[in-house]
Design a protein around this ligand. Structure first.
Ligand code: ATP
Ligand code: MG
Ligand code: FE
Length: 354
């Protein structure tokens, strides 16, 4: 199965061609055009700017991915595009592009949930069979999910306020570190003392897997407002913030792993995906937690932690291979969903925009 994937839900315009043979994925091309420079002056993603940039870049990005892959449109078995959740303007651009190509080439269109893309991203390179425990930590989400199979996701717990990536971005904004915040905070934290500031860890000792990061972000803002910070203090504050986040994620991951039923092969697999999974300190801490629980940590390469189209092509190909896409036209009649939770019960209640 050969599938073209398109991703436009946030600030990356991306297209990729992937071939799935006997469950093994091979990437034939993987093009990512980031809009970071367009949004950087505003210290965050501006939806209107993103939508316009996607409209300008989508065709070129798809052409580049097709050209690089050496595959012709007629050789495709389907076209997949992110259909939510995300910024509606961008999602619509990607869907229209994908639907137009699918129709012109008489191939099925596959509407992919962006979160399913992140959830399947470890399967792009690694040997990562179902089931696995997933910690999804991205710009808009922070949740533990049990992944039993394709389309079988159960949410075990999530943030009750900010997402982790959002907390990194807001912290960076408060400290004047620019956008995106994650990499900037991580760089400064490397030289700092994580014990220097006593920051809160909300919900840490409560039972259950829900998490909270809003209080942490506020505490950073308060610490930063008090003093004219030296470079050393700034590093300490970043290290303390990253340490608190790491603590929360590690503690909850240990709880989740203790309860996780690995199924038949008895092998506990723990996947961390999403942009924050690019953070080396967090990866290292989660590796230790996994080892202590007798589990293996699997994390996608950095390129596939943040937004990309390879994971969207993979989700589309796996859906086609599993027979989850109906009819010759596939999901051509499906609309965009700005909110689209992964677990089906919650997903049914989300609105659809045609
Ligand atoms: P969602 O997938 O929830 O819709 P998104 O697509 O915007 O959100 P991603 O692209 O997966 O999210 O990740 C972007 C986020 O990851 C940003 O908030 C960014 O600050 C964060 N991030 C990226 N690199 C790092 C890092 N090294 N350390 C911490 N956070 C990071
Ligand atoms: Mg992004
Ligand atoms: Fe994402």
């Amino acid at each position: 199965l050969t599938v073209l994937g398109i991703e436009t839900s946030c600030d990356e315009t991306a297209a990729a061609v992937l071939r799935l043979t006997d469950g093994r994925a091979e990437l034939l091309s993987d093009v990512i055009r980031t809009q970071l420079e367009e949004h950087a002056p505003y210290l965050g993603v501006v939806p209107e700017i993103a939508a316009r940039a996607h409209a300008e870049l989508a065709d070129l990005t798809v052409k580049a991915a097709m050209h690089e892959s050496g595959v012709s449109y007629s050789e495709l078995d389907g076209v997949a595009a992110t259909s939510g959740p995300g910024l509606i303007g961008g999602v619509l651009v990607g869907m229209m592009t994908g639907k137009a190509i699918a129709q012109a080439a008489s191939k099925p269109f596959v509407a992919v949930n962006h979160l399913e893309g992140h959830a399947l991203s470890p399967r792009l390179g690694n040997d990562c069979p179902f089931p696995y425990l997933l910690l999804l930590v991205s710009g808009g989400h922070c949740q533990f999910l049990e992944v039993r199979g394709l389309g079988q996701y159960r949410r075990l717990g999530s943030t009750i306020d900010d997402a982790v990536g959002e907390a990194f971005d807001k912290t960076a904004k408060t400290l004047g570190l620019g956008f995106p915040g994650g990499p900037a905070v991580e760089r400064l934290a490397e030289g700092g003392n994580a014990e220097a500031f006593d920051l809160p860890r909300p919900l840490l000792n409560r039972p259950g897997l829900d998490m909270s990061f809003a209080g942490l972000k506020t505490a950073v803002a308060r610490a930063a407002a008090d003093t004219d910070m030296s470079e050393a203090e700034l590093k300490d504050l970043c290290a303390s913030f990253q340490g608190a986040v790491t603590d929360i994620l590690s503690t909850k991951a240990a709880l989740a792993l203790a309860d996780f039923d690995p199924g038949e092969d008895g092998h506990k697999r723990f996947v961390v995906a999403g942009g924050v999974a690019a953070n080396k300190a967090i990866r290292a801490a989660l590796t230790r937690v996994a080892e202590e629980a007798g589990a293996t940590l699997i994390a996608p390469p950095l390129r596939h932690c943040t937004d990309n189209a390879a994971m969207i092509a993979l989700a589309g190909a796996e859906r086609l291979a599993a027979g989850l896409v109906e009819g010759d036209a596939g999901d051509l009649a499906t609309g965009a969903r700005p909110r689209w939770p992964l677990d089906e019960a919650a997903a049914k209640a989300a609105p659809v925009y045609d």
